[in-house]
Write a protein that binds this ligand. Structure first.
Ligand SMILES: [Zn+2]
Length: 107
């Protein structure tokens, strides 16, 4: 994880411990992180948000795909569920994002 997200090892460990404390999974010192049910549901929820935002930004607002993906990444952590669901409707309830990936259903 530290490598993928380009953050330091202690920062990654602190982050994983925080996720554990929120019931996302379990962190094992020097062994890694086992994602739990809560973590899986959260990932799904975040992926849904990302792909809906990206679809809206790309298809409705006409942003280039790369830019739409970047903006969606920033917005996904802040946009409320109501806003995202509204954008989904306005975008025609898409089943796939502009990358061609499936948009998971609501949890
Ligand atoms: Zn994307």
């Amino acid at each position: 994880m530290a490598e993928v997200r380009k953050i330091s090892r202690p920062a990654a460990q602190a982050h994983l411990k925080k996720l554990s404390s929120r019931g996302m999974g379990r962190y094992f010192r020097n062994k890694g992180f086992a994602i739990g049910e809560g973590g899986r549901a959260y990932c799904r929820h975040l992926i849904r948000k990302h792909r809906i935002l990206e679809t809206y930004l790309c298809r409705v607002l006409g942003l280039p795909l790369e830019k739409a993906c970047e903006e969606a990444h920033n917005l996904q952590y802040h946009a409320s569920e109501e806003l995202v669901e509204r954008l989904c409707e306005v975008s025609g309830n898409p089943s796939r994002c502009p990358h061609g990936l499936e948009i998971p259903g609501r949890v």
